[in-house]
Design a protein around this ligand. Structure first.
Ligand SMILES: *Cc1c(COP(=O)(O)O)cnc(C)c1O
Length: 263
């Protein structure tokens, strides 16, 4: 990845106390509401998914105290460890938002409430089998590569319809919608088309997708671009650094080589 930080990279200050986390959450919620107002949307349609990757247990407990009941994590092992460590928080749920290898499906099936990066049928099949064993269900989002970057995970947009047609075979997967990572760029004119593409794809799927697959949701938008995503129709925004502060680990730890986050 490019090690040179973007000149527009905002300085996300580390939120170290409950008050700071609470204030950041309130600030993001206000920005979500304002974006909804600009777009003529009902703010109740937009869910904030706080992303807690690299955030340690004590600050996650603060987020819980501030009202968070669902947290997003990119890596399964990290999420699983946190779930075990915080099993006392029985109403805290976890969403896996990063690429999954088939051999880790069993961990996701054991504890996650949702999985947002579904992009191949072998993973769907492995999850379904493990979920049947556990007697659990899982909300899933199909990840689509809307930026055309070869380094990205996700289906090509033209593959999505066939993929959607195959999903009802996996009874324990509850299809919720589509997920994407937009192009990482400060250039609004290049970022928005990624979100528009995902929204257009959802409209097509809603007309053509099989019964039992409900593609109502659009998970798109992160710390650097969630307001644009909301104006383009996002129903879930995944926000980490703007709540918890900048991450120490480089993004290449979480994403394929070649991708850097805007903030
Ligand atoms: C880390 C991550 C986010 C949140 O990114 P921030 O820049 O921290 O807001 C969103 N989606 C995915 C898939 C991520 O891995």
């Amino acid at each position: 990845m490019n090690a040179v930080p973007s000149p527009v990279r905002p300085a996300y200050r580390t939120a170290a106390t409950l008050e700071e986390i609470r204030a950041n959450l309130a600030d993001i919620r206000a920005r979500i509401d304002a974006a909804c107002a600009r777009a003529g949307r009902d703010p109740a349609e937009v869910r904030l998914l706080p992303v807690s990757k690299t955030v340690d247990e004590s600050r996650i407990r603060m987020a819980y105290a501030a009202g968070c009941r669902l947290l997003g994590e990119n890596k399964v092992q990290e999420a699983y460890g946190k779930w075990e460590a915080m099993a006392d928080l029985t109403d805290l749920d976890w969403a896996i938002i990063g690429h999954l290898q088939t051999n880790k499906a069993k961990f996701v099936a054991r504890f996650a409430r949702e999985f947002q990066a579904l992009d191949n049928l072998r993973v769907a099949e492995a999850l379904d089998r493990r979920l049947q064993d556990e007697g659990r269900g899982l909300d899933v989002f199909v990840q689509v590569n809307t930026s055309g970057e070869a380094s990205k995970f996700g289906l090509a947009p033209e593959e999505a319809l066939d993929f959607a047609r195959a999903l009802p075979a996996y009874a324990s997967l509850r299809v919720r919608g589509l997920m994407t990572l937009a192009l990482f760029s400060p250039d609004e004119a290049r970022v928005r088309p990624c979100f528009q593409l995902l929204r257009d794809l959802r409209e097509r799927l809603r007309q053509d997708a099989p019964q039992g697959a409900d593609f109502a949701e659009l998970s798109m938008g992160m710390s650097g671009d969630f307001e644009w995503a909301i104006e383009e129709g996002a129903t879930t925004v995944r926000v980490g650094q703007a709540i918890f502060g900048a991450r120490a680990l480089p993004d290449s730890h979480y994403w394929p080589e070649g991708r850097t986050a805007p903030g």
